[in-house]
Design a protein around this ligand. Structure first.
Ligand SMILES: C[S@@+](CC[C@H](N)C(=O)[O-])C[C@H]1O[C@@H](n2cnc3c(N)ncnc32)[C@H](O)[C@@H]1O
Length: 255
């Protein structure tokens, strides 16, 4: 594919990086998903930026390194899209969700991480783009998560499940748990909000074997590693140049 100019930033778009069973695009998902063939992905499993924080607008606008503080975060690049006002976040997500709807096969599953603050907005975004809402699962991060004075420990994140209208051919039915128990990664992180690989290994099982899984907000491509390891095909997208490079290296070395 020859390099063309991005309609938004007027910079040259690069062709995707590829390897056996995977293709990853560097750029904003709103633009990059336009490169993907319609009705071609069987599942979209993603962990978008939450753009929430501390329950205040000022907290939401803080840099990601302020929100996700631990000794590891200081060494890692900032995430894109995590310091936005809720309205701007919803507009960005809706534009990505319309592209997701276009590339989803009939009956394709969508699993999207969120927290309690972004849940209602994400429901509106996925519903507004034409997906049918199916429910939520909980990621229980355990007792090491941050305690809150006179309140609940920040111990859980949610996974919102939606589905494109229609029916996906499945060789066998899959029954996933409603609660996933995995500690957050403490050491050797490649991304500030990296998800545990074991958790993603469970989620990719929702896609039929051999099918294509898309992650529009791939970060360090944890979804990608889980997808490829399990014999599925993978398409990823990341807007940050640093995280795109980290994802490509990780997919090449598969760790
Ligand atoms: C929460 S992180 C994903 C982390 C990932 N699950 C992992 O395990 O490494 C979300 C990623 O989306 C990227 N991002 C934000 N806005 C984006 C956009 N419009 N298009 C593509 N990527 C975007 C951020 O730079 C960030 O790396």
């Amino acid at each position: 594919m020859s390099a063309t100019l991005c309609e938004n930033c007027q910079r040259q778009q690069q062709p995707p990086a590829t390897g056996p069973g995977w293709t990853v695009h560097h750029g904003a998902a709103q633009m990059m998903l336009q490169r993907i063939e319609a009705a071609s992905v069987a599942a979209i499993i993603s962990d978008p930026p939450y753009a929430s924080g501390a329950g205040t607008l000022l907290g939401a606008l803080a840099k990601s390194s302020t929100k996700y503080q631990n000794s590891e975060s200081k060494k890692l690049p900032e995430l894109d899209g995590d310091s936005m006002l809720p309205e701007a976040w919803s507009a960005m997500m809706l534009s990505v969700a319309h592209q997701m709807r276009r590339v989803a096969m009939p009956g394709a599953d969508v699993l999207m991480f969120c927290d309690w603050r972004s849940l209602s907005r994400l429901i509106e975004v996925l519903g507004g783009a034409g997906f049918q809402l199916r429910g939520t699962a909980t990621w229980n991060k355990g007792n090491a998560a941050r305690p809150n004075r006179n309140g609940f420990r920040s111990q859980t994140e949610l996974i919102l499940h939606a589905r494109a209208p229609g029916k996906l051919a499945r060789p066998k039915d899959v029954y996933l748990p409603g609660v996933f128990e995995y500690r957050t990664i403490q050491k050797g992180k490649l991304h500030m909000t990296q998800k545990p690989l074991e958790l993603m290994r469970e989620l990719v099982e929702l896609a039929p074997p051999g099918a294509t899984i898309l992650d529009p907000f791939q970060g360090a491509a944890t979804t990608g590693v889980a997808a490829i390891e399990s014999g599925r095909e993978y398409i990823g997208c990341e807007s940050s140049a640093e995280y795109h490079a980290i994802a490509v290296e990780r997919l090449q070395n598969r760790a």
